[in-house]
Design a binder for this molecule. Structure first.
Ligand code: SER
Ligand code: ZN
Length: 500
């Protein structure tokens, strides 16, 4: 990498009489501060020394990043000139900064970055900045800008590419009893009703009973036998949690955001109430005035808040592996084009187990979970389904593709054949569940510790709507055709409500 940086140092007093001393300070810098940097060429020059400022220019080539040294130089300067001449540094501003670095690949289209300009020729990028203050340096923005440029180019190659997918296991073919879309048929029967806003559903007693049976099966057949304990988490996720998990940068266009009122003071809401009473409409502008900017969103997946609950804690060895699940928080995702039936929605119900333990404990748990899941899908649902390694969900949710290397840790998708979508080979199977082991990604992000062991974590998403549609798409709505093992959980549907 090549760097050229000009910084203005503003001082507390006039230093024009000290030109010589300042020059020799500049000459001494490479030796005193940076002698350990191998393979780096480096030069420091000081110019424009007058009154109470001077310009320091740093040119370098190699791994050394001059911006990371500026605060150190400031301290060194203060040490040297504070004692002898009572001069302190008021502030530093980078007036001009050019960084040239290599990219792995040539960009496919233009790349832009906030706070600076990027020009790219071939695989070489140049980032130019001006008027950078100390706060900017202290917050480490520059290194992140370089990483972001590299990432944006990298991402251009992912767009439109097929996701990583590698089959692990498949069941035998099963004879389906029908090939209809279960959502449409349930709507016709009055078991289900389109919700009041897009991508939401109202489950009438029959459909509700089916989802609840799915939940019971997940708990009784999978989670309870393995020793999972239920927790109840908050449904509203503050942004600092999503900053740690990476969702904030990965999915900002998919959250449902939560806005708090600016105040509960009735006086502030009086005009809003007046307008609402008189016009019988919601005065949008007036409402906006009374709302705060969101600082949270509605649950997107349940695990982030579970990790948050362990933040900074040291878990006793006797509590490992930690096995918990939430079945209360409802997940909301703003879908755009893809909504379909109850299987692709903006609001869905899920049981999410989360596990924290040693690598060995989690790999063992994965086998046990797989056994329990196989039991449910083979013996209780009698499904035609398969499992595949896919891009880990946290990468997916950050717009990335996975690869073969992500397998000790990684995500397994469970997919069911959906007869209404066409033949087995060409139609898209429904992802009706996933299971992930995620290494220490969230353990590190939330600073979770054990007394002795190194921890890993993982989670598994059990979507009730997904389980229900996978089952109904193959087994139909007529209970006579349902496997008797399933009927143990739902012997008869509620009679529901008749409308005239
Ligand atoms: N957190 C996982 C996901 O979002 C499992 O629910 O898919
Ligand atoms: Zn999760």
């Amino acid at each position: 990498m090549q760097f050229h940086l000009d910084a203005t140092f503003t001082l507390s007093t006039d230093l024009s009489s000290l030109k010589k001393e300042i020059q020799s300070f500049a000459h001494s810098l490479p030796a005193t501060l940076f002698k350990k940097q191998e393979g780096t060429t480096l030069s420091f020059t000081i110019a424009n020394v007058h009154n109470n400022s001077f310009t320091l220019s740093i040119a370098s080539e190699g791994a050394f990043r001059p911006h990371n040294a500026l605060l150190q130089i400031k301290n060194a300067f203060s040490r040297e000139f504070g004692k002898t001449h009572h001069i302190g540094v008021r502030d530093i501003t980078i007036t001009r900064y050019e960084m040239t670095f290599d990219l792995e690949k040539k960009p496919l289209k233009k790349v832009t970055i906030p706070f600076g300009t990027v020009t790219i020729t071939g695989k070489q990028a140049t980032l130019s900045l001006s008027n950078v203050d100390e706060e900017f340096l202290r917050r480490n923005y520059i290194d992140r800008m370089i990483s972001r440029i590299k990432e944006k180019v990298e991402n251009q190659y992912y767009e439109g590419k097929a996701e990583f997918w590698k089959s692990i296991w498949e069941s035998k073919e099963k004879k389906s009893v029908w090939s209809k879309d279960p959502t449409e048929e349930m709507v016709k029967k009055g078991w289900l009703q389109q919700g009041p806003t897009k991508g939401k559903w109202f489950y009438r007693p029959q459909a509700a009973a089916i989802l609840k049976a799915m939940e019971q099966i997940a708990i009784n057949e999978v989670l309870a036998p393995l020793g999972f304990q239920e927790i109840i988490e908050s449904h509203i996720v503050p942004f600092d949690i999503w900053l740690k998990t990476g969702h904030m940068e990965g999915m900002p266009a998919e959250f449902y955001y939560v806005a708090e009122p600016k105040t509960r003071d009735a006086k502030s809401w009086e005009h809003f109430v007046d307008l609402t009473k008189i016009t019988k409409e919601i005065p949008a502008d007036e409402l906006q005035k009374n709302l705060s900017t969101p600082t949270a969103g509605i649950c997107y997946a349940q695990c982030p808040v579970i990790y948050w609950s362990f933040k900074g804690k040291t878990i006793a060895e006797s509590s490992l592996p930690v096995l918990v699940y939430d079945k209360t928080a409802i997940s909301n995702r703003y879908e755009s084009g893809g909504r379909h039936g109850i299987e692709r929605v903006d609001e869905f119900h899920r049981v999410e187990p989360v596990y924290i333990g040693t690598r060995e404990q989690l790999l063992d748990l994965r086998d046990k979970l797989l056994d329990r899941y196989k039991y449910v899908f083979n013996k209780i649902f009698d499904l035609e389904w398969r499992m595949a390694w896919v891009t880990p969900w946290y990468m997916q949710q950050a717009g990335k593709l996975g690869d073969e290397s992500t397998q000790d840790t990684g995500t397994i998708d469970f997919e069911a054949y959906m007869p209404y979508r066409g033949n087995r080979k060409d139609s898209e199977w429904l992802e009706f569940q996933n299971l992930s082991i995620l290494g220490d990604k969230y353990i590190g992000a939330f600073n979770i510790k054990a007394q002795k062991s190194k921890l890993w974590s993982g989670c598994s998403g059990i979507g009730l709507e997904r389980w229900a549609t996978a089952f109904l798409a193959q087994k139909g709505l007529d209970q006579k055709s349902w496997p008797s093992t399933f009927k143990k959980y739902l012997s008869a549907l509620p009679k529901g409500i008749e409308f005239l």
